[in-house]
Ligand binder design. Structure first.
Ligand code: DAH
Length: 337
């Protein structure tokens, strides 16, 4: 009986139905009431008790295999007979329809520039705890960013939030304890903002972090200067204005000469000739300490920019909501970007 089962197994495995009728015939031959499997089960009653277990398993396996073959091949005929098209859907496509979203294009371009400088891409969760978004980054307990007005809370106590910035990934990477660090962290962030042409409750940022021995503000300036020349073109000017972030000391905001009017003054730069593109600074020793890095030995710089903001400047888009509406008339303009 064992040989018989093996032989039938080989037979059915080689079976390929060329029509729905042939497949039905196959089913009747093996699985119907008078079919082969029923016959085998009748024979099975004669099998010696010590062989029963093995034979029973083999028989069931055969039955299941046949059913699988039928189910699998059935699909071929369903598509052809019930589909509403004569197209051969199994043919390979010549060209992909569609294109990348402008935010993905910009993110990839920015990533590539920093990757060429030796930065690697790091990721962290969008749903984060208070420690990674705020505490480890030196936000005091009463900092306004921790307020419900600005932050989406998932649960309160323990504080679980939707991350309000990708700076949380800095903490995730520092915690791993591998030095030096040279990462960029692109990702989605969330803030409880009213949606308008200039603000959205969901947007994207790219965070950068460089920690090593002897990293200085000069390194930060040169790195960002290089990025700006690559992205906005040779000759784009940069300027740094003193600012404040809890996790950097010294902190700055960086402006570039308006890429629309070349610094002459226009609507986009509000006739100042400059547009702000990012925040940056030297990592505060406290945040290194919070992640067990010795600030006497290591220093670092960090920066963070909004991808929407960069994309709006690059493509002269004046309404942020466009990125989220997925209007094909908008998206199609980036097909060849
Ligand atoms: N996390 C800041 C924000 O969301 C941006 C930022 C500023 C990131 C300065 C940095 C930095 O790493 O050094 O507004």
């Amino acid at each position: 009986m064992k040989d018989k089962i093996e032989q039938i197994l080989n037979e059915v495995k080689a079976f390929k139905a060329d029509s729905k009728e042939a497949l039905e015939q196959f089913r009747i031959q093996y699985l119907s009431k008078k079919g082969t499997i029923t016959e085998l089960f009748t024979e099975f009653k004669q099998v010696a008790p010590e062989m029963r277990k093995e034979m029973g398993m083999k028989l069931n396996e055969l039955k299941n295999t046949i059913q699988d073959i039928i189910d699998e091949q059935q699909k071929n005929f369903e598509t052809k007979s019930e589909g509403k098209t004569d197209l051969d859907l199994s043919l390979p496509v010549d060209a992909m329809n569609g294109s990348r979203h402008p935010l993905s294009i910009v993110r990839n371009e920015i990533n590539d520039i920093f990757k060429r400088l030796g930065f690697v891409v790091a990721e962290g969760p969008e749903v984060e705890d208070d420690f990674h978004v705020f505490s480890a980054l030196n936000f005091p307990p009463d900092h306004p960013a921790r307020d419900m007005q600005d932050t989406f809370f998932v649960t309160k106590s323990p504080d679980v939030v939707l991350r309000t910035h990708t700076s949380s990934v800095q903490v995730r990477v520092m915690e791993q304890g591998k030095l030096p660090i040279r990462i960029i962290a692109p990702g989605r962030v969330f803030r409880n903002e009213a949606i308008s042409a200039r603000a959205h409750c969901i947007f994207h940022q790219i965070e950068g972090l460089y920690i090593d021995k002897n990293v200085s503000f000069a390194d930060l300036k040169q790195t960002l200067y290089h990025f700006v020349q690559e992205y906005f073109g040779e000759g784009t000017k940069v300027r740094f204005r003193p600012s404040y972030f809890p996790f950097t000391e010294t902190s700055a905001e960086m402006d570039i000469s308006c890429n629309i009017c070349g610094g002459e003054g226009c609507n986009i730069c509000k006739h100042t000739g400059w547009v702000e593109i990012l925040g940056c600074g030297i990592c505060d020793p406290n945040i290194l300490k919070a992640c067990n890095i010795d600030p006497e030995e290591y220093t670092g710089f960090a920066f963070g920019m909004g991808i929407e903001r960069i994309a709006m400047l690059k493509y002269q888009i004046n309404d942020l909501r466009m990125f989220f509406e997925n209007d094909l008339r908008f998206l199609k303009q980036f097909e060849n970007a």
